[in-house]
Design a protein around this ligand. Structure first.
Ligand SMILES: Cc1cc2nc3c(=O)[nH]c(=O)nc-3n(C[C@H](O)[C@H](O)[C@H](O)COP(=O)(O)OP(=O)(O)OC[C@H]3O[C@@H](n4cnc5c(N)ncnc54)[C@H](O)[C@@H]3O)c2cc1C
Length: 288
């Protein structure tokens, strides 16, 4: 394989929370063929296989991961054709959003400031400021559990709030997005405004994984957590952000156990106080 391979590699370096033990093996394939080869070898030999992008929506275990952890960021090809763009699953969503703006194309303004990859964004149906991936996705190329390459039109995929029917079912290799021509000044101004809102409301100066909980229908998780008195509360190295109740920040030495314990305490208390069950948006990857 031409891509990088590391053994006993710190998972901390592979996620925005900077948490996690050691991964037995980590691979950064440089193209789809390499990724497929790794996947096939793991299938043949019964080796655990996991794939991540920028790790901006996951909590890795302190105990580490056995098997092969694959990072998609090498699948970063892009090809623009007028208002359409075909991009590899490992492409940065924020970069794509900026490139669209530079071309005077509207539709990706919501994505500026979401620190994930295109593949992670499709799987999570990432969204903000009233927009989401499903609004602009046209087609995806996937690797099926049978090892086949397939193309799926958007109509063949079910999307919901931060979820998509492809999650845990297939590997996304690339996406085709369709944008619209717009006023470059308005697009840039909207993106700058969206970024400014994030900087004002989110603790971007400390390691975090974005919103920890999904917003319950008609309400905001951050509002409930703040109202329950959890802002600033700390468990080990994990702290509920003083800036935003739905963010847990790593104060330097947080473990996955700290974060999980804090999550459980918040869930218990919010349920006790308001009768609302908070569900996590962030995904815990159990040890193996
Ligand atoms: C500061 C901050 C702000 C954020 N703001 C937002 C926001 O406004 N809106 C929002 O929706 N999210 C937000 N997020 C969360 C996160 O950035 C998004 O969910 C993002 O889309 C995740 O992409 P990723 O590449 O980091 O995925 P990862 O965290 O690496 O993976 C997430 C899940 O997707 C799976 N996955 C990743 N790539 C693929 C692939 N190619 N094929 C199949 N499965 C795959 C993984 O196995 C995992 O289950 C924020 C996070 C941070 C840290």
């Amino acid at each position: 394989m031409s891509g990088q391979v590391e053994h006993r590699y710190p998972l901390k370096k592979l996620n925005t929370w900077r948490i996690g033990g050691l991964a037995e093996t980590v691979c950064w394939p440089e193209n789809e063929e390499e990724l497929r080869e790794i996947w096939l070898k793991c299938q043949e030999q019964g080796i655990p296989f996991r794939l991540f992008g920028r790790g901006s929506n996951v909590l890795f275990p302190d105990e580490g991961l056995t098997g092969v952890t694959v990072i998609s960021t090498g699948l970063a090809q892009s090809a623009w054709d007028s208002e359409r763009v075909r991009v590899g699953a490992g492409y940065s969503l924020a970069r794509l959003s900026q490139e669209a703006a530079d071309r005077g194309l509207t539709g990706l303004e919501f994505a500026r400031g979401i620190p994930g990859t295109v593949g992670g964004a499709v799987v999570m149906n990432a969204g903000a400021h009233g927009g989401s991936i499903q609004d602009i996705l046209e087609e995806v190329k996937i690797l099926t559990p049978q090892g086949e390459l397939q193309r799926l039109a958007k109509q063949e995929i079910q999307f919901g709030y931060r979820e998509c029917s492809l999650r845990d079912q297939v590997i996304i290799l690339e996406g085709i997005f369709c944008l619209k021509s717009g006023d470059p000044d308005v697009i840039q101004a909207t993106m700058s405004e969206n970024l400014a809102k994030r900087k004002a409301a989110q603790p971007l100066e400390l390691p975090n994984a974005g919103s920890v909980f999904r917003n319950p229908p008609g309400d905001s998780a951050g509002r409930l957590i703040e109202k329950a008195g959890w802002k600033g509360k700390r468990l080990g190295g994990a702290q509920v952000s003083l800036k935003h109740g739905n963010f847990i920040v790593n104060q330097g030495d947080a473990t996955a156990h700290d974060v999980l314990a804090l999550i459980r305490e918040i869930q218990k208390d919010v349920h006790h106080q308001f009768g609302v069950e908070l569900k996590t948006e962030v995904r815990y990857i159990p040890p193996s």
